[in-house]
Design a protein around this ligand. Sequence first.
Ligand code: B12
Length: 471
Amino acid sequence: MRILLVKPHPQLLIAKRLQEGFLHLEPLELEIVAGGVPPEDEVVICDLGIEKKPMKAFHSQLHGFRPDIVGFTGYSSQSAMVKKLARIVKEHNPSAVNVVGGIHATIIPADYEVECIDIIVRGEGGTAFAEIISRFKKGMPLHFGGVSLSPRDPDFKAKTELPPPEFPSVHDIPRPRRDLVRRSRYFCIWTSTPENQLKTIFPQTASVRTSIGCAFKCSFCVVHHVMRGQYLQRRPADVADEIESLKEEFIYFVDDETFLNKGRMTEIAKLLIDRGIKKQYISWARSDTIVRNPELFQLWKEAGLSTVYVGLEAMKGERLDRYNKGTSEETNRTAVSILRDLGIVLHASFIVDPDFSVEDFSLLEEEVKKVCPAEVSFTVFSPPPGTKIWEKYKDDYICDPYLHYDCMHTILPTKLKMKKFYSHFARLTSVALKGNPARVHKVRIPFRDIMRVIYRSIRYTSGLKNIYRDY
Ligand code: B12
């Protein structure tokens, strides 16, 4: 049997510039889904984001490989593209089966109730896909439970209204088939190393998932809804084995929240150190986790933790409360200074609210300067599809709230005129770039990479400034 797994290319220009310019991570979700395919079947991963001509590449896969089953993944902003690609599959071969999974299928399965889609998978895909293939071979119906839904099932609508299904045990999820992708195409910007010298600022980077879910309920995030508040954790030895097996030196942890369990993370760090595994890591962590456990981050620094992405979100208590973040301004400031003292690069992420006035932008700009040297990024507060708050705002959306859901395009009306709003928004990024650690610490980087960073940053900030033209 032939199986094609497809990740669509980003639709919105700014997502494309982020991916081309600063980080493009491997399609781990599809590698895990491929892990559920039995060895006797042929499986190909087609990541359209790495193709110069994505539609041409997709057509040629359909012609050349002639898949029996095509599996798609996609964010909400990609759902229209997934439907378009699924229609093309049926034009090539009406009997091919289209299966859709990923975050949008999990939270808004009803959006995929279209003629060309046969199966919608909610939640974990590796285990579900293995079952779908087994049923396909036995000629059984491909839909089962609340996990694999068929739009042709009379109970379809009722099933889409249920919350996402429970995840299987984390130990049953298949290992990713990393061999199926061109690994040299995946990278992440890396602005520091212990030697203050980088062979390249865009090293080849692998992704590792050590846990799934998060214990918190921030209002801008859908994860607590998807995971029903569960926090699933892989065993330390299992994580260390996977890291050891990777040929990449640079690792990005794609967890929702890596450091929640101090004991587990201590064990993982000790295993990496004891086994002499010399790699470098990027991870996300909450500011309160850092403040509660500075010694854990010190240990991880020893193990190779290079950069920590911290959702600071705001430096004002009332905004943090509004986002239900559960942290405070003081905690944020303490976390910033702990990371600085430890020599771990801070990647601070802030939320710009659609209600921002010129003064709010100026205040945030001052805060940005204070947290530097740091990598800094910004998103626009957007109610996450699939959650109660998304429903609450549903009469207010100014555009297609799926297509534009990238937390860069506002989906809510802005207080300032949109052009002005994005001019201030882009300015924040320009200010932040001046305080970037590679620049401040004069990290030695090849000249070619310096030119590339400058070029990509200019393109990115100009993309941000012009977002308002996309509406
Ligand atoms: C790491 C991460 C990233 C990485 C990229 C990861 C990647 N693989 O390319 C980076 C940092 C680059 C990133 C960027 C963005 N991200 Co992001 N990201 C995440 C995060 C934290 C984890 C995703 C991940 O890789 N998980 C590990 C993989 C293995 O798990 P998975 O994706 O859940 O896949 C499993 C199942 O969904 C299922 N499955 C998935 N696909 C398929 C397909 C089939 C056929 C089947 C059967 C099953 C199946 O099985 C998989 C294996 O278990 C999620 C949060 C989350 N929990 O989803 C947000 C999340 C996916 N990101 C989100 C957003 C909005 C973005 C940005 C648009 C934000 C921004 N403005 O920068 C950009 C867009 C980038 C782009 N290229 O378009 C939102 C998406 C919401 C939505 N409704 O679409 C999420 C959910 C965050 C949130 N809190 O709301 N992101």
